[in-house]
Design a protein around this ligand. Structure first.
Ligand SMILES: Cc1cc2nc3c(=O)[nH]c(=O)nc-3n(C[C@H](O)[C@H](O)[C@H](O)COP(=O)(O)O)c2cc1C
Length: 210
């Protein structure tokens, strides 16, 4: 078993599927209150790409580990069951965030931007943003403990993670918009989400065009 895991890990590393993200920083140019006051939905972006540091910081804000022994995160989670999965869609592919190692795992190597925008009713911000973050939910993780409260809890948690990401984008001088208007199944198909993982939110991020 150990050998098999090691071989799988080596294959992943050899195919350059893992991107180690720079450690998150804990200081900003602006105060928390300024970030709250400045946050605005931004829908048009310059084409400049985000760098790994910015991408890592945004993912950490949404779901980063802040307490190692129990794996507690930046956003609260009912029963600390962590039903959310974070993805980032770039021109070069679709990456999944792995909070424990603060790294990205490349899941798809194709550019799905146009298909994703079509799934989001053709919204231009989804097509044009240099990075689109997707929040997905694995309801089963929460359902084991919380039964009929599950849907409420998972949706609330997606809101926590999204707001963290939006405020972090503001603090980094980036623009972002939360997008809830999309066909769930179409987004899940485009991102090839595993069975049981539901698309909850899209958040295009970039440098504001204005
Ligand atoms: C749950 C939710 C879904 C949203 N969906 C979209 C969307 O699909 N497209 C979009 O352009 N903006 C979307 N927005 C952004 C709102 O239009 C925006 O927050 C609102 O106009 C207030 O502007 P502000 O965010 O700049 O304060 C959504 C916001 C929320 C909270």
């Amino acid at each position: 078993m150990f050998t098999l895991c090691l071989m799988m890990l080596m294959i992943e590393l050899q195919t350059d599927k893992i991107v180690k993200l720079p450690p998150p920083r804990l200081r900003s140019e602006i105060s928390f209150e300024e970030a709250l006051a400045k946050r605005r939905s931004i829908r048009s972006f310059r084409s400049t790409k985000l760098n790994w540091e910015e991408l890592g910081q945004l993912l950490w804000a949404a779901q980063g580990i802040t307490e190692k022994s129990e794996g507690l995160r930046t956003a609260p989670s009912a029963g600390a069951l962590y039903p959310l999965e974070m993805y980032v869609i770039l021109d070069e592919g679709v990456y999944q965030y792995q909070p424990r190692d603060h790294q990205l795992l490349r899941k798809l190597e194709s550019n799905v931007r146009n298909a994703l925008s079509r799934a989001a009713l053709g919204q231009e911000c989804v097509q044009r943003a240099p990075a689109v973050f997707a929040i997905a939910g694995v309801f089963e993780r929460t359902a084991r403990k919380y039964g009929e409260r599950t849907a409420r809890y998972v949706h609330l948690e997606a809101g926590h993670a999204a707001q963290n990401l939006l405020l972090q984008a503001t603090a980094l001088g980036l623009g972002a918009v939360p997008v809830g208007a999309f066909h769930d199944e179409q987004v899940e198909k485009v991102l090839k989400l595993p069975n049981g993982e539901k698309a909850l939110y899209l958040i295009p991020v970039g440098r504001s065009a204005h």
